[in-house]
Design a protein around this ligand. Structure first.
Ligand code: TRP
Length: 348
């Protein structure tokens, strides 16, 4: 495949939010026509931290929500390929081959894994969670992707993928591209609580699917400058969550500059800053709401996209696994034994 291929995606643990948007979805939308685009629903990765029957039962509904969120965000159903990771068992074949191309200490140094283990209340690191970046390398390389738009917490995983691709090519001959990480232009988005990154498990999110009233309610409850107890006290703009959101989502830049200026000099109240932010966010989300309504109106669209996309992707993955096994000489191992078996049968 000489064409440009992009692959990225999410675990099916819930609806997508503004943090996903700035970290990865904005780039997905922007690049979708420059690349052949694959979007993984990574339900096997979900199992590394959430593997109860209830978690698994919820994943189909979550997968549908995620795909609809992406369509609403502007991903075009005619050109995108959505697929369900667990429905392509050949990804596991590649994972097995890749496990020998990376060391345990290397994986132990991936910072996001320790965070995930801690956040999911694990006392000890599960083997599968340690292997999370290796499985992700299998995802990325199974379609020979050369571009991976992801947020900061996935950057180290893409680095592991690059190392595995290089190592494979070095040992067995050029087989895989060394994929590029596509960065977000906004750093990790803080949550509405101003305390930590926006994250479903913390409950500090604004969802792409939130209605205008919920957006307004969440914004009015946002944290601002804690030292500013009255509107006539000069406030801090840098690092202030409401201004981070204004910068990221308000397309009226003159309004943002005016608010910042008045905030710094104690001439605007938090309420006005928040009301203007709610209006700007709703203006940003309105086109998504329109597209969502249109796509949600087509019965079976999302399910059909996942099924057809998974079947298409599976063909590509089968070919890639064959290429990898051939490059390694594994196909000839069995062929040689079979030839001997056949020769022996004939000479009997
Ligand atoms: N690790 C991603 C997440 O944080 C999900 C994922 C799995 C992924 N495989 C991928 C992202 C391949 C990009 C490419 O949810």
């Amino acid at each position: 495949m000489s064409e440009n291929v992009m692959l990225t995606g999410d675990r099916p643990t819930g609806k997508l939010h503004l943090g996903h948007y700035v970290g990865s979805i904005a780039n997905r939308v922007r690049l979708q026509h420059a690349y052949q685009s694959f979007f993984i629903i990574a339900d096997l990765h979900m199992l590394t931290t959430k593997n109860s029957r209830a978690d698994i039962e919820r994943s189909a509904g979550n997968a549908r929500d995620m795909v609809l969120d992406m369509l609403a965000a502007g991903i075009e159903p005619e050109t995108a390929t959505f697929y369900l990771q667990s429905a392509i068992p050949e990804v596991g074949d590649l994972n097995t081959l890749f496990q020998n191309l990376v060391t345990v200490p290397r994986l132990e140094r991936v910072p996001s894994l320790k965070d995930m283990a801690r956040d999911s209340g694990k006392e000890e690191m599960p083997y599968g969670l340690l292997g999370y970046p290796v499985l992700q390398a299998a995802d990325i390389l199974c379609v020979k992707a050369n571009a991976v738009p992801v947020g900061k917490d996935n950057a180290a995983h893409v680095e592991v993928t690059r190392e595995i691709a290089r190592r494979f090519n070095h040992l067995y001959g050029d087989t895989f591209p060394v994929p590029e990480l596509i960065h977000a232009d906004v750093p990790t988005l803080v949550g509405t609580d101003g305390q930590a990154k926006m994250s479903k498990s913390i409950g500090n999110t604004v969802l792409l699917s939130d209605d205008a009233t919920s957006v307004r309610r969440k914004v009015m409850g946002m944290y601002t400058d804690p030292d500013r107890v009255r509107a006539d006290i000069p406030g801090k703009v840098d690092g202030n969550p409401v201004f981070i959101y204004h910068d990221a989502f308000n397309d009226d830049k003159a309004q943002v500059e005016d608010l910042k200026e008045r905030y710094r000099t104690g001439r605007v109240g938090d309420v006005e800053v928040k009301e203007k932010l709610a209006t700007a966010l709703n203006r940003f989300l309105d086109p998504m709401r329109e597209r969502r309504a249109k796509y949600a109106d087509e019965p079976g669209l999302v399910d059909r996209l996942i099924v057809e996309g998974t079947e298409r992707t599976r063909e590509v993955v089968r070919q890639t696994v064959f290429d990898a096994r051939k490059a390694m000489g594994l196909t000839s191992t069995f062929q040689a034994i079979r030839r001997k078996a056949q020769a022996a049968t004939k000479s009997r």
